[in-house]
Design a protein. Structure first.
Length: 119
């Protein structure tokens, strides 16, 4: 279980940490789970729901934003959309920006569910 202020280096040395690193290297979820040491690669959503994995994602985002400000990331994204050299990359950047601005599906968080029973 991840401790609240556990350093990112220690978190990355866990199974969820190895899974995270493999995903960042471009491996599929199944490949990442198997190379991280999980016996069953069919339930990657369970790995991603662990407190350790969530702590790693939060720490990674914080460290990334410390190195590269969000405005610089947005500027690079905009430059990629405006470029004419690689239409495939341009279209992918447009699609990514559109999905961030107007998501097609509403993400359903389990924590936000409320069941109401009317009789």
């Amino acid at each position: 279980m991840a401790k609240k202020d556990q350093p990112l280096e220690e978190l990355l040395d866990t199974k969820p940490g190895k899974y995270f690193l493999n995903r960042k290297k471009g491996k599929t979820k199944k490949e990442s789970a198997l190379s991280a040491g999980y016996a069953d690669a069919a339930h990657t959503s369970v790995i991603e729901a662990t407190a350790t994995y969530k702590a790693i994602v939060r720490s990674y985002k914080d460290e990334l934003l410390d190195i590269i400000p969000l405005s610089e990331i947005a500027q690079s994204h905009a430059e990629n959309i405006r470029q004419d050299r690689d239409l495939g990359a341009r279209n992918a950047a447009i699609k990514m920006a559109y999905e961030k601005i107007e998501p097609e599906e509403v993400k359903d968080d389990k924590e936000d569910k409320l069941i109401v029973i009317l009789r």
